[in-house]
Write a protein that binds this ligand. Structure first.
Ligand SMILES: Nc1ncnc2c1ncn2[C@@H]1O[C@H](COP(=O)(O)OP(=O)(O)O)[C@@H](O)[C@H]1O
Ligand SMILES: [Mg+2]
Length: 346
């Protein structure tokens, strides 16, 4: 094993191997996540990017055991979580509502969602919801939990936190509610935070503030983040490493720099062209041409071949492209790059 590979293995504390998730529906079986592997290192931000329906939420909900009962996780899938106490938990084998999973969910791995409204109870104050969560996951008295709540609201940039703590979520603006939701997740002091499209519903200025806030909190608190978005431009501002998902597969992965400046997959290139630019507002975006295939009719070969401008007929529509390593951190599944494999050159 190379030094680089060893280093990655040592630092990774979430290890997902060959994750396959399908749903039984009335129309048939939907393969939502098709055998993906990824890992997250302590203190780092992994960005997951891809259009709607690519399996970003399903794969991270599997980590939290938050999938509905109709979801089937393949028996060869593995999700290893290195706990604070040194134990390694195989999440796929834990009981969904058992003691260990309840500790991990929220306490060790926090999650924030796209819809802050639905994650707050309308009948409890913001403060009470943070206090409940803190009392469940940390050994502190109620008065201390209230202090933690006020401190967290302050940390996420909510003004007058000692007043806001006694307000209800509907009394806050969209941006403030998003901040409050981050405060709830962070007050449990998780080692990993999964942020699923946390800025999508916000206007551009508030999006930028939230991203800056998350960067700052990560530095202060030292947690790792999985940041999920369909906007590659947002990823550039937060992620260390990026994986690009499409129809349940990871098509390309690399450092944020490699994905933004040296992206290899035609799908990543198309995503990049679809980023809205502030200086080009009003101009029409180049949307990726063609429709995303129905998950009930997955294409054979490369899943992107039906929309790819550089498709090689007779190859991409039939065979699965293997993994091509571009650098020690950068890899792609695409026939256009197979001859460029550097593994055999050194
Ligand atoms: N509860 C469900 N039942 C059936 N199919 C689902 C369910 N949840 C998600 N899917 C399907 O799984 C695929 C991946 O969905 P998702 O992970 O939510 O995509 P993303 O988060 O990337 O937008 C989609 O085709 C979606 O329709
Ligand atoms: Mg989603």
């Amino acid at each position: 094993m190379s030094n680089v590979a060893e280093q990655i293995e040592q630092d990774a504390f979430l290890d997902v191997e060959n994750l396959r998730v399908s749903f039984n529906t009335d129309e048939g079986v939907i393969l939502a996540v098709d055998g993906i592997s990824f890992s997250v290192k302590r203190g780092q931000t992994l960005g997951i990017v891809g259009e709607s329906g690519s399996g970003k939420s399903v794969s991270t909900k599997a980590v939290m055991q938050l999938l509905p009962r109709t979801a089937i996780i393949d028996k060869d899938s593995s999700i290893k979580w290195h706990r604070d106490n040194g134990e390694i938990a195989e999440i796929t084998e834990l009981h969904k509502s058992g003691r260990v999973m309840r500790r991990i969910r929220g306490g060790e791995i926090g999650m924030i969602f796209q819809e802050p409204m639905s994650s707050f109870s309308p009948v409890h104050t913001i403060g009470n919801q943070i206090i409940e969560a803190v009392l469940e996951h940390r050994q502190v008295k109620k008065s201390e939990a209230r202090e933690i709540a006020i401190d967290m609201l302050d940390k996420v940039g909510i003004s007058n936190p000692s007043v806001r703590v006694d307000q209800y979520s509907f009394e806050l603006s969209g941006g403030m509610r998003q901040r409050a939701m981050i405060a709830v997740a962070l007050s449990m002091n998780p080692a990993l935070l999964i942020a699923d499209a946390p800025t999508t519903s916000l206007d551009v200025t508030i999006q930028a503030q939230i991203l800056e806030l998350m960067n700052r909190l990560q530095e202060e608190l030292g947690m790792a983040i999985i940041f999920i978005t369909h906007n590659l431009g947002v990823i550039a501002q937060v992620a260390d490493e990026v994986e690009v998902m499409y129809l349940g597969r990871i098509l390309e992965r690399g450092t944020a720099r490699e994905i933004i400046h040296q992206q290899q997959h035609p799908y990543t290139q198309a995503l990049l062209r679809a980023i809205p630019h502030l200086d080009r507002l009003g101009e029409r975006l180049t949307a990726i041409s063609g429709d995303i295939p129905s998950p009930l009719e997955r294409p054979t070969g490369c899943p992107f071949h039906t929309r790819c401008e550089q498709v090689i007929p007779g190859l991409c529509d039939i065979q699965d492209p293997g993994l091509t390593q571009i650098s020690s951190t950068h890899s792609v599944h695409c026939f256009l790059h197979e001859e460029r494999d550097v593994r055999n050159l050194t």
